[in-house]
Design a protein around this ligand. Structure first.
Ligand SMILES: [Fe+2]
Length: 338
């Protein structure tokens, strides 16, 4: 029997993270990084970038432990919610309907525990927030514009690629050798990715990627963190990725959740857009300038919660690790934020 058609996914839209000290998280994400607050209550913050019309890109919810509660995708029509429910039911996945308003600013939604172990959400309707693109008087910190992508840690990158291909995602770039897919970048919107895979014990959330318009915003957040003696929050970079061409920096929030601020990736919307395949032995793939990747970037990531809010058990990595054969292995040790 043919599998049900997937929902028409527009893009990665928002993530919910649990944090252990909401006031401390607010200082980092709002006061320092510069996110706009759409809505706040005593349990959670609803944040967005300056370009956003969508109600929020990120929910920070007070919880007992730090974790990624769900990854949410916007779909094109309300009918896509039915398609999402049927698609996951056919996979034997647990699903749940969430009524409109259960998440502030979000209409009815379908949630599922996907085959990779992540809780994913699909929604169509959302309240609009004021677009702050030209409120330069309000912009500060890294001036994040919008959520761009989820990077997830999975034990089997090939399986993750096949699952997201079945959801209608296109492939923009890979890291591979003759027999193994070590990493892949896949998209629905017309950029390099909405989701990317890092090999490792999973499911875990590797990072949330937020787009900034200009390279100086990536540099400035590093200067700000230095001035605040929070330089340990800068985990990796700034640098230039080979994959995606992004000019990037990775930061760690007070709970260790990783966030990437980046700019200058590229358009992928043409129907014959070619896949860019990087050799796992190319030292420019993870950093175009050849800088080594520090161990924590490969080994640390956020736990993932199931539909009931319980931590998902980890499945050990099922393939060779990229860094054991690559040119950017564990060549530089860095003390600090662990
Ligand atoms: Fe990223």
């Amino acid at each position: 029997m043919a599998r049900p058609a997937p929902p028409d996914i527009v893009r990665a839209a928002y993530a919910e993270l649990t944090v252990t000290d909401l006031a401390q998280s607010r200082r980092f994400w709002v006061d320092v990084l510069g996110f706009a607050v759409t809505h706040a209550d005593h349990k959670a913050l609803y944040l967005r970038g300056y370009d956003e019309l969508t109600h929020h890109n990120l929910i920070l919810r007070q919880g007992p432990d730090a974790a990624a509660a769900r990854l949410a995708f916007r779909v094109r029509t309300a009918a896509d919610l039915d398609l999402a429910e049927a698609f996951y039911a056919a996979l034997g996945a647990r699903t749940a309907r969430v009524p409109a308003g259960a998440t502030p600013g979000v209409g009815e939604a379908v949630r599922a525990e996907d085959p990779l172990g992540f809780t994913v959400e699909f929604f169509f309707a959302t309240d609009h927030a004021e677009r702050l693109q030209q409120r330069y008087d309000l912009r500060h910190g890294a001036e994040p514009a919008r959520l761009d992508h989820f990077n997830i840690v999975v034990p089997d990158v090939q399986a993750a690629y096949e699952y997201y291909a079945s959801l209608g995602f296109g492939l923009s770039e890979t890291i591979e050798d003759d027999g193994t897919l070590y990493a892949a970048w896949m998209f629905r919107k017309q950029t390099v990715h909405d989701v990317a895979f890092t090999g490792g014990d999973g499911p875990r959330l590797h990072h949330l990627g937020f787009f900034a318009h200009e390279a100086h915003q990536v540099l400035r957040i590093c200067d700000i963190l230095g001035s605040l003696s929070q330089e340990a929050r800068i985990e990796r970079g700034p640098g230039r990725h080979g994959v995606s061409n992004a000019f990037y920096v990775y930061l760690r929030d007070p709970d260790g959740h990783r966030v990437e601020i980046y700019t200058s990736d590229y358009y992928t919307g043409d129907p014959d857009h070619p896949v860019l395949r990087w050799s796992v032995r190319d030292p420019r793939r993870r950093d175009f300038w050849g800088h080594p990747v520090i161990p924590s970037w490969y080994t640390e990531a956020s736990a993932v919660l199931d539909l009931d809010g319980r931590p998902r058990p980890l499945v050990p990595q099922r393939q060779p690790a990229e860094v054991t054969v690559g040119a950017d292995g564990f060549t530089r040790l860095r003390p600090g934020l662990q």
